[in-house]
Design a protein around this ligand. Structure first.
Ligand code: ATP
Length: 305
């Protein structure tokens, strides 16, 4: 659905994107994650045809954004970072105006608007001026205009920015529902948002893709955790003899059981060999699992690299 290859863009001396390449398949929900100034909005503006890259290509649904801008825009529902909503217009009047701007045939306006209103839970707000709505409801109006033309691809730039926790939960729920019918790319600098919404993250830092992986892959480590029911002889020594083990950290679980973090190397899963060793040695195993790291620590390690 989205193919971006070697995209680069500078603003004068500031290199906002450098050789950015990624692919998003139809039906995916992908988080474009990065700190402030990472280049997320720049990438999104190029993808939606509002900014030209210096180099590289961006395609949506097989169409080049530069040469087929209108066709691409017709396929995308776009929620910009600061959605231009008209505060004096009622929700109804605004959505009607957007339906006209999108070129939706007049005869379909009522159906399309009511579908978008239902999907975003705006039915009770239709007559209210947008300027009087809470931020959460204004964001819903932004999402409603993005889905009016039933796009197969939704691109959302920081959809929950500035919302309170309740509104964030609501908007996330809404995005999850929209994902049932559309491919979604959304940007955020909130790690938990990616964890809550999608199964893949593209991490952008200083204009470059630093990671592009399923969350389960990003969170995986080479380390294993073994918890025993009680003391056993020679556990640490035996664990150290296993190949691929670079160290052991001893500890106790919160409920007092002896625990061993077995530090691995590369991408090897140590659990099968530890399991065999534990079984042949008759250790009283309470728990054995591959250790995971939080997205926060992934982010921190990438930033420090
Ligand atoms: P944020 O999370 O803060 O919105 P972002 O990841 O979306 O950040 P961009 O807005 O794409 O990042 O900005 C990338 C870099 O390009 C930043 O250093 C920013 O200051 C710079 N930049 C963005 N737009 C312009 C512009 N119009 N003129 C000059 N520099 C710009």
């Amino acid at each position: 659905m989205i193919d971006v290859a070697d995209l680069s863009k500078s603003y004068g001396p500031i290199e906002a994107l450098r050789d950015v390449t990624f692919h998003i398949a139809a039906g995916e929900i992908v988080g474009l994650l990065g700190p402030n100034g990472a280049g997320k909005t720049t990438a999104i503006k190029i993808l939606t045809g509002y900014l030209q890259p210096d180099r590289g290509t961006a395609q949506v649904d097989g169409l080049d954004v530069l040469t087929h801008t209108r066709e691409v825009q017709a396929r995308i529902g776009y929620l910009p970072e600061n959605a231009p909503l008209y505060p004096e217009l009622s929700v109804q009047a605004y959505l009607k105006m957007m339906a006209e701007l999108r070129g939706i045939p007049e005869t379909e306006h009522v159906a399309r608007i009511s579908d978008a209103v239902r999907a975003t839970g705006l039915a009770d707000q239709l007559a209210r001026p947008i300027g009087q709505l809470s931020k959460g409801f204004r964001q819903r109006v932004g999402l409603a205009q993005a889905i009016l033309h039933q796009p197969r691809l939704l691109i959302l730039d920081e959809p929950t920015i500035g919302l309170d926790p309740t509104q964030i939960v609501e908007v996330r729920g809404l995005i999850r529902r929209l994902a049932e019918h559309s491919t979604i790319l959304f940007s955020t600098h909130i790690l938990s948002e990616v964890e809550a919404l999608c199964d893949r993250a593209i991490i952008l830092m200083n204009g470059q893709v630093r990671a592009d992986a399923r969350l389960s892959e990003l969170e995986k480590t080479a380390d294993a955790v073994l918890v025993l029911q009680g003391k056993a002889e020679g556990v640490e020594r035996a664990l150290r003899t296993l190949s691929g083990v670079r160290g052991i950290e001893l500890g106790r679980t919160a409920d007092g059981f002896p625990s061993y973090r077995i530090l691995g190397m590369g991408d090897v899963d140590l659990c099968p060999v530890i399991y065999n060793l534990a079984r042949t040695s008759n250790w009283p195993v309470r728990e054995l699992r591959r250790d995971v790291r939080t997205l926060e620590s992934v982010f921190g390690q990438l930033a420090a690299a």
